[in-house]
Design a binder for this molecule. Structure first.
Ligand code: KIV
Ligand code: ZN
Length: 514
């Protein structure tokens, strides 16, 4: 029996993560991510903010009904309508939780809520009491806790625990705290809230000053029992504490951090890849734990050291994170069996039908490209998973361009079995393709970001295009992959347009987000 304290991992990728610009996911993607989180072993999934929109409500309800294992949580402001909506959404879950929040800091009280301390206290208590009549498991967050007067914070925390909150979350909402200071705050609350042992202390740290993970770990050392985090650290502004960094810090530094988590660390890499893929937010190469360079050694002296003894420059083992150990190459003579085995090693568990589809694409790729690497296989499967809201599909794209030609594109798109073809000119071939796609679909978003990278080495490498567009006040990110970068660009743009189209078909109005 371990003497280590187990820390609960509360994952808010589907709520705080999804809330950040360009990270919106559709229902299929949310369900896919929720299933991956359950396999990963997170203790609680915050599946969304049900009052935010009909789409959010449906997503939380679907996750609650279809994903078993973790507690499924829905977020609510301290308002009766939010709390009842959250309760309805999480009803299908075996273990439902309502997470109620109310801002407590002076700046939020004055400018956002325009309420005095006593009113905030009353709202917080009454909302927890109401939530407790609807579910057994209620969590409360005093939003902007780290900038709240500590005496008032102590009073609120004690009152909501008396009202029935089983978890009290202390958010560093704007990423303002410093690690030692945040640890001290948790220690202070443990020492000064008389009923603190009746609740689990949770922390929720944002990364505005790059301290989210450090603050979370300082809080755990000070007695927090739950950490709120997101896969790849996605979230509002600079993001939330990254799940993979917290978990691997606890595992790698178990000599110093006397804790455990229930996370199956071998599922970390596939989960991070999945979230990157469905949100279109690529993992930076230098990202801790899961970035492409996290286990790459460039300097000769480092390479020499690692070859002699891996521990000289590697503090974690890639296999513990689920990073595929071999970069096995497949080619056009590889069979379905070898392909399926490779997808399993990469962390996918695909149905026979999905394998058949992916294998067909793999064969087409292997005809164009001599060696097919892991990154190519991941890209084609991810593209297949991302294809959920396919309103329009790409029938074909043809361009003429050159230093003396006017860039021209002819594009064919297919919608409900009908082909639509149009042509356009542009500043370059990609611009011409985007103009033609917009003419056909009638959707003309503003391109706010465009990134092209080679998935592997070699001039025959596939190009991965990641774009962000803005449409009717919302940002959508999407990806397209092809050996032809113009076609990859077209695929990315079309995927973004499909996201915008399905979003518009859903609904656009959202209440103020936390
Ligand atoms: O950052 C924050 O304060 C939040 C709360 C809703 C917990 O996301
Ligand atoms: Zn947050």
């Amino acid at each position: 029996m371990s003497d280590k304290r187990n820390i609960l991992i509360f994952d808010t990728t589907l709520r705080d993560g999804e809330q950040s610009p360009g990270c919106s996911m559709n229902m299929t993607e949310k369900l896919e991510v929720a299933r991956a989180l359950a396999t990963l072993g997170v203790d609680i999934i915050e599946a969304g903010f049900p009052i935010a929109s009909q789409g959010d409500f449906e997503a939380v309800k679907t996750v609650a009904g279809e994903v078993s294992g973790p507690v499924i949580c829905g977020l609510a402001r301290s308002l009766e309508k939010d709390i009842r909506r959250a309760a309805d959404a999480i009803k299908p879950a075996a273990r439902p939780r309502i997470h109620v929040f109310c801002a407590t800091s002076e700046i939020h009280r004055t400018y956002k809520l325009r309420r005095a301390k006593q009113e905030i206290l009353k709202m917080s208590v009454e909302s927890v009491q109401l939530a407790c009549t609807l579910v057994d498991d209620v969590e409360f967050s005093p939003e902007d806790a780290s900038r709240t007067e500590v005496e008032f914070l102590t009073e609120v925390v004690a009152a909501v625990i008396d009202a029935g909150a089983k978890t009290v979350n202390i958010p560093d909402t704007v990423g303002y705290a410093m690690p030692a200071e945040f640890g001290d705050l948790i220690r202070y609350l443990r020492a000064n809230v008389p009923n603190i042992d009746k609740a689990v202390i949770s922390v929720h740290c944002h990364n505005d000053l790059g301290c989210a993970v450090a603050n979370s770990l300082a809080a755990v050392r000070a007695g927090a029992g739950q950490v709120e985090c997101t896969v790849n650290g996605i979230g509002e502004r600079a993001g939330n504490a990254a799940m993979e960094e917290i978990v691997m810090a606890i595992k790698t530094r178990s000599d110093f951090l006397n804790f455990t988590t229930n996370i199956q660390t071998k599922r970390i890499y596939p989960s991070c890849r999945l979230v990157a893929s469905v949100t279109g937010q690529t993992i930076p190469r230098h990202k801790a734990v899961v970035g492409d360079n996290a286990f790459a050694h460039e300097a000769g002296i480092h390479q020499h050291g690692v070859l002699a003894a891996r521990e000289t420059y590697e503090i974690m083992r890639p296999e513990d994170i689920g990073i595929p150990s071999s970069k096995l190459v497949l080619g056009k003579h590889s069979g379905r069996h070898a392909f399926k085995q490779r997808t399993e090693a990469l962390g996918y568990s695909l149905t026979d039908e999905q394998i058949d589809k992916a294998f067909e694409k793999f064969k087409a790729l292997a005809d164009k490209k001599k060696d097919v690497f892991d990154a190519d296989i991941e890209a084609l499967i991810d593209e297949q998973i991302e294809q959920a809201p396919e309103v329009w599909t790409l029938g074909g794209v043809q361009t003429t361009a050159g230093s003396r030609a006017i860039p021209t594109a002819t594009v064919t798109l297919v919608k409900e079995g009908q082909s639509h073809t149009d042509a356009a000119i542009g500043d370059g071939p990609v611009d011409a393709v985007y103009q033609a796609i917009s003419r056909i679909t009638g959707i003309k978003p503003r391109l706010t970001d465009y990134m092209l990278r080679a998935l592997t080495g070699g001039t025959d490498a596939q190009g991965e295009v990641t774009i962000e567009v803005e449409y009717e006040g919302r940002r959508f990110r999407a990806r397209g992959v092809s050996t032809d970068i113009v076609e990859g660009s077209a695929r990315a743009y079309l995927a973004a347009i499909n996201r915008a189209a399905t979003w518009t078909n859903g609904e656009r109005t959202r209440p103020a987000q936390p």
